[in-house]
Design a protein around this ligand. Structure first.
Ligand SMILES: Nc1ncnc2c1ncn2[C@@H]1O[C@H](COP(=O)(O)OP(=O)(O)OP(=O)(O)O)[C@@H](O)[C@H]1O
Length: 379
């Protein structure tokens, strides 16, 4: 089920909560609405659901105008941050709730309902907990049940509002993986709200960055990292190293550190923003870059190795590079070792704080490194 939003506007009294929102959500995609608190993410999700009406504009599902269609008729599964489970019902009855509420003609028989509930509990890996009550579950388990309940009626669209917001970091990670696996298996068009850029980047096929009721940028995680469209997106995505130095023609330098860029920037001071996933490390300088760094720390947990670095003899804030677990540094990747940073594409910002062009290293180092982007994210 594809979703198209055109020219959506929404006011709450005098407050302009959404301004001229236009967005296409491809069928079967996993789309993240990302933005700071108050940027309008939840309002947009509620308008897609039919829980809120826009003042103007249209919502289309598979090309059909559903703008005035009530929520019950949109075939939506909804998961909220606060687990909205019924406390007096068992887990199995909670999951079956939507099925029992279906109109008589569509309602499966008691036996079929029981079977479907078991299948859903299996899908969220909680088949042994059907007879428990919500109070006897952990927060993460409750969110899995909320997910199973949302999926029970075979929705065309799954909407999740900060579904993992109230959970601790480890459980969040597990649930993200479950959601991605379920999405890959079922292929339901899914939209989720988050203010956590890491969550949005890790989960989404398409990220929609919102600010003050507007869409700032839409793109794949890798495209947003490589080509942020505004200062807001650049800052909000975070996870970047800032290399500050002077440019003469194609040469950037800061103290003894230097690199040759594939294309020139106007001469003067520039900051180059380098995503931590967009760089590698080498044991020696190359013909196009000499950026000496000292290894401060190595964290091997998670999908990538995170290496903390300090610029050696040149000034920079703390640096961080995410390396694949199969890197070719061998035993050179040790705390205290001197290595060389090899940047991939970087975003330039000039001394007046204006977004400049994306830049990369000259010669063979540049294109080779571009591949390192976000290729790990489905690993
Ligand atoms: N029913 C309402 N009445 C008045 N103002 C509202 C209402 N719902 C939302 N708002 C306002 O609209 C703006 C956008 O709210 P929304 O909940 O969509 O933001 P959000 O990006 O989801 O933020 P958060 O991450 O904090 O949930 C906020 O300033 C909020 O106070």
């Amino acid at each position: 089920m594809s979703i198209e939003l055109s020219h959506l506007d929404k006011h709450f009294g005098a407050f302009h909560a959404l301004q001229d929102i236009a967005l296409t959500i491809p069928s079967g995609s996993l789309t993240g609405l990302l933005g700071p608190s108050g940027s309008g993410k939840t309002t947009l999700l509620r308008i897609i659901a039919g829980l809120e009406q826009a003042d103007s504009g249209a919502v289309l599902f598979n090309g059909q105008d559903v703008t005035r269609l009530p929520v019950q008729r949109r075939r939506i599964g909804f998961v909220f941050q606060q687990y909205a489970l019924f406390r007096h019902m068992t887990v199995a009855d909670n999951v079956a709730f939507g099925l029992r509420m279906l109109p008589w003609r569509e309602r499966p028989s008691r036996a079929a309902r029981r079977e479907r509930v078991q299948e859903l509990l299996r899908m969220v890996q909680l088949e042994h907990l059907g007879e428990r009550y919500p109070a006897q579950l952990s927060g993460g388990q409750r969110q899995r049940i909320a997910l199973a309940r949302a999926l029970a009626v075979k929705p065309d669209v799954l909407l999740l509002d900060e579904p993992f917001g109230a959970l601790d970091a480890k459980v969040r990670k597990e649930l993200r993986r479950s959601l991605r696996d379920l999405h890959e298996k079922m292929g339901i068009t899914t939209v989720f709200v988050t203010h956590d850029q890491e969550e949005a980047m890790e989960l989404s096929d398409q990220v929609v960055v919102m600010s003050q009721g507007r869409i700032e940028q839409v793109g794949t995680p890798a495209a947003l990292q490589a080509h942020p469209a505004s200062r807001f997106v650049l800052d909000f995505l975070g996870d970047r190293n800032v290399l500050e130095g002077d440019v003469d023609g194609c040469r950037w330098h800061s103290g003894p550190a230097w690199m040759r860029l594939a294309a020139g920037l106007p001469s003067g001071r520039h900051r180059l923003y380098l995503p931590s996933h967009g760089a590698s490390l080498a044991t020696r300088a190359s013909a196009n870059a000499s950026l000496p760094v000292r290894v401060l720390g190595i964290n091997e947990q998670g999908p990538a190795i995170r290496v903390e670095l300090a610029a050696e003899g040149w000034s920079s804030d703390a640096l961080e590079v995410a390396l694949p677990h199969q890197h070719d540094l061998g035993d050179q990747l040790l705390r205290g070792t001197l290595l060389y940073l090899m940047p991939g594409p970087m975003q330039s910002v000039d001394a007046q704080d204006r977004l400049g062009p994306a830049v990369s290293l000259a010669g063979p180092d540049g294109p080779k490194l571009e591949a390192s982007g976000h290729s790990h994210r489905r690993a």
